[in-house]
Every structure is written in C-alpha cells, then in structure tokens.
Design a protein around this ligand. Structure first.
Ligand code: MN
Length: 292
C-alpha cells in the first residue's frame, strides 16, 4: 500500500476456491442443492452451510422439514418464491412468503418445523447457517420474520440489490441491510443484474470471509476476472475491495462476515466448540432438555 487514495491501490479480492452446488436430500425428502456444508468448515468461518432449494415439482418439497432441533448457531431462510410455515417450541408461527426472510437464533436450543404451505407451484429459496461465538451459543433462542417490504432495496446503475443484512459500500453508495448488530457482522445481499452487463465494486472489511453464490447467469470476479457460473460458489481471498462483473440478468448472493476463529464441531443440527458440548446437546435433546 502506498497510501494513495487512487482506487487501483486497494487490494482486490480474488477467487481462491470454486465449489459446485451438489444435489442433496434433507428433512422429509426435500430435494435441494447443498452449496457448502458438512466438514472442513473453518475456511467459511463464520458460515456453516448454504442450501438452495427450488422446484416446480411438489414431490421435491411437500415433505418439508418436520420438527427438529438446533443448537449453537443461526439459521437464515430467504424465500424467492412459494410459501413456507415455521412453527417452534416458543409458539411462534410465521408464514414466509416470496421475498421474506426469517432470521432465527437457535442459541441453547430450538425445536421447529419448516413446512411448505402450498401444494403446487414453484418453491424456491435459500437457507444459510451462521455460527454463533462460544459466548452466545447457550443464550436464549429468538426468532424474527422480516417481510419483503421491510428489506431495503437499492437500484445501482440498473442493478437491483436487496440488502438483507449488514452495512457495506457498493459503487460508492452505503447499503444498509434489514439485520444489523450481530457479533459476526454478517452482510447478505441478493443482487439482480439488469438488462446490461454491469460492474460493481463492493467494500467489505478486509479480513472478513466473503462468498459469492451465482444462482442465475454468470459473473467475473477480481482483477483476474475469474468466471463463475450458475450453481457455483466462489470463496474469495481477503482484500479491501471486491470487483464483480455481472452478465445481464445474472442473479447472485453476496455473503460476508467476521470470522470467529474458534473451534467448530458440527454434528447434524448441532454446532458447538467441542465434542463434549455436542455430546451434551445430544443428551439434552434425548432427555427433553434441549429447550425451555
Ligand atoms: Mn431447521
């Protein structure tokens, strides 16, 4: 760095890994695409999993996700199309409609169901898992529905951006998402290119993990202009700015957050810091003590 304010002096993020979303089944036979998740999660810190679900075939989604537990992290469900109903042990009932987001902190424990409220038509969306710091894993569960109308929407040079979470600067404009104040400082944008190819430059804290998931179209990332296609995830290097060239009509998620740097032990619906804490979660669930 030479201290110049020249834009070219900023370090630009590059693609360090490309992952292909792979078909998987979860819940009661719901067919989805797992973008990442499972093991070796440290490089995605603070994120733990990203699923894309989408089908016009009711048999692919109608089984839903009957009651199941979580402990130790947050789940973020973002619906693009269709209707999903959430019910939990705290007696929350929420209907997620197209464009809505549900941000749930499992904390010490939640038992919930996520069931389709449609018998035909297209169901489409994403679920992201965000880790909690050790100090917050055993805090009380909480749940928040954010209606589509309450998610800030921006138009930057013909690109439509929905700011679900975080605060970051894109093409010189500060975008403020609906969700703020979490310790992992998550940023979550849904970006839709318009009818022309467009370049965005985003400023994200240099050391934060940054991911780009392309769900329609094609983009090029960084000074090397690495091409990323639909159903691919790009994990990016650290850097002071992100250069994203979108082909016309491309649709991508930009997800970024502050790494926790703590041990991650993942077993099914539980994500803790040690094997002993996982064993405790299983024992608590089996004894009916996971919640309340
Ligand atoms: Mn769940």
């Amino acid at each position: 760095m030479n201290g110049s304010s020249d834009k070219s002096s900023f370090t630009t993020r590059s693609v360090v890994e490309v992952m292909q979303a792979t078909p998987a089944s979860d819940g009661d036979g719901v067919r989805l695409l797992r973008v990442f998740g499972g093991n070796n999660l440290a490089r995605f810190d603070p994120f733990l999993m990203l699923d894309e679900f989408g089908s016009t075939e009711p048999r692919d989604y109608i089984g839903g996700f009957p009651p199941h537990p979580h402990r130790g992290f947050e789940t973020v469900t973002y619906m693009l199309e269709g209707k999903m109903e959430h019910r939990d042990h705290m007696n929350n009932i929420g209907l997620l409609d197209a464009g809505d987001v549900q941000w749930m902190k499992a904390g010490a424990g939640v038992i919930h169901s996520e069931m389709p409220r449609q018998e035909e038509g297209r169901m489409r969306g994403f679920q992201l898992w965000v880790n909690l710091p050790a100090a917050e894993k055993m805090t009380a569960a909480s749940y928040r529905d954010i209606a589509a109308a309450d998610i800030p929407a921006y138009n930057l040079d013909g690109v439509q951006i929905k700011a679900i979470a975080g605060t970051l600067q894109v093409n010189g404009k500060e975008l403020t998402g609906a969700v703020q104040g979490n310790s992992t400082q998550p940023a979550y944008l849904d970006i839709h290119a318009g009818t022309e190819a467009t370049e965005l430059v985003a400023v994200i804290p240099e050391s934060h993990t940054a991911l780009i998931y392309v769900y329609e179209g094609k983009v090029a990332i960084g000074d090397q202009r690495t091409g990323i296609q639909a159903r691919q995830l790009a994990r990016l290097s650290p850097g002071q700015q992100l250069r994203l060239s979108l082909e016309a009509a491309s649709r991508v998620l930009l997800i970024a957050g502050k790494p926790l740097g703590e041990p991650i032990v993942h077993y099914g619906p539980f994500v803790m810091n040690s094997r002993a804490e996982i064993e405790q979660a299983i024992a608590d669930y089996n004894a009916g003590r996971l919640v309340g």
